[in-house]
Design a protein around this ligand. Structure first.
Ligand code: PHE
Length: 378
């Protein structure tokens, strides 16, 4: 059914408001149709189960209860999404290539950190924010342009670290690592993990937690000690704080053995029924995997070509039938023209696709890649 009015976090959005004829609007139908689904609020969905398990951890281990939000509107201002968390004006994440803009001042949040400042200003000192987040990206089994994050935030007052003999920053960093190691143990049982130093504009120091899974280190969250500037601007001048943002799909794929990120969106009863108990501890049993079908296409790119734009076109046509879009060849000739060859993997998780169906999809992809991206097919 075509949805024409959506109610999000108490705000009504007419479809035309989102998809109006605005050159700064890069939100396609495939994304618009995901707004308001809120998979993380379904108790019998792997994302809801995971959210509830993380809530349990915080409820059990902290007498100072964390305030929980899972219904904040995903449409936020550029200021909330970027400026309020100190993302520099020229940071790539602000580009139209990486972020969905509804208009020049409004985006689909690309992280739950977009809510840090407003919640601090409202006086919250311990909070968890769960929500759908949106990023333009390439296509493979662990990337989907809509996914879910949980943000955690904790503010300390001076008496809390002064007693420890540590400075505020070291105290917060230590507390943060202990909290998240405990969470990983709560979810996974004994598990091998490691901390990796990294950079975020809103925390310093910043870390990533990786978990050893199926012979690989998998990044599951980003975190750090909140930049003093954020606290200062929001009425917490004499405090320190930590924050984390974890990717629910990544964790859920590991926890429940879910092999492809598209499955989270599936209404196939063979998927949904496996989570009907609403509990941790089940391992997903894949229903027979249908064979993928590969189609290659080569074209000469232009200066404005990006892989994210290509993936948006492919998804617009094939929807969740596309499993992966991968660059398999790339060369520049003597005249300076650059050619890319992409391999598209089509596969349904629910049924086998006919040759005819795939050929039709590929034909439309070729046409639109040419007309929308202005590349020259070879
Ligand atoms: N917002 C970061 C991301 O989406 C994660 C993060 C949250 C990092 C809070 C540090 C603190 O990648």
């Amino acid at each position: 059914p075509v949805v024409s009015v959506l109610e999000l976090g108490g705000v009504k959005i007419a479809r035309d408001d989102v998809l109006r004829d605005d050159p700064t609007n890069n939100v396609p139908d495939t994304i618009f149709s995901k707004l308001g689904l809120q998979l993380h609020r379904r108790d019998q969905h792997p994302l809801g189960i995971l959210k509830n398990a993380i809530y349990d951890y915080f409820d059990t281990n902290y007498s100072n209860k964390f305030d929980k939000f899972d219904d904040l509107c995903p449409l936020v201002s550029v200021k909330q999404n970027f400026d309020d968390v100190l993302v520099p004006a020229d940071h790539v994440s602000r580009s139209y290539n990486d972020t969905y803009y509804v208009d020049s001042q409004t985006v689909l949040r690309c992280h739950t950190s977009a809510h840090q400042a407003e919640l601090l200003r409202k006086g919250h000192t311990h909070f968890l924010v769960t929500g759908d987040v949106y990023r333009r990206d390439s296509i493979d089994s662990t990337h989907y342009p809509v996914f879910h994050q949980m943000e955690g935030f904790r503010v300390f007052s001076p008496d809390e670290w002064e007693a420890s003999g540590l400075d505020g920053t070291s105290f917060a960093a230590e507390d943060l690592k202990k909290c998240l190691e405990g969470l990983a143990k709560h979810l996974f049982g004994p598990v091998e993990m490691r901390w990796v130093d990294t950079y975020f504009p809103f925390t310093n120091p910043s870390f990533e937690l990786e978990i050893y899974f199926k012979e690989k280190w998998l990044e599951v969250l980003g975190c750090g000690v909140t930049e003093q500037e954020i606290l200062k601007r929001n009425g917490k001048l004499n405090n320190v704080a930590w924050a984390f943002g974890l990717g629910l799909e990544r964790l859920a794929m590991v926890l429940f053995d879910i092999p492809d990120i598209r499955l989270f969106w599936s209404n196939d009863e063979r998927f949904t029924s496996q989570f009907s108990k609403g509990q941790l501890g089940i391992k997903f049993k894949p229903f027979s995997k249908y064979p993928p079908c590969y189609k290659d296409m080569s074209f000469w790119i232009n200066e404005s070509f990006t892989e994210n734009n290509l993936c948006e076109v492919v998804r617009g046509i094939a929807g969740d039938l596309v499993e992966e879009v991968r660059l398999i060849d790339n060369f520049t000739n003597k005249k300076g023209m650059t050619s890319h060859c992409y391999r598209i993997a089509y596969r349904s998780m629910e049924r086998s696709l006919t040759d005819e169906e795939i050929n039709d999809l590929q034909m439309s992809v070729r046409e639109q890649v040419q007309s929308k991206l202005n590349v020259v097919l070879r």
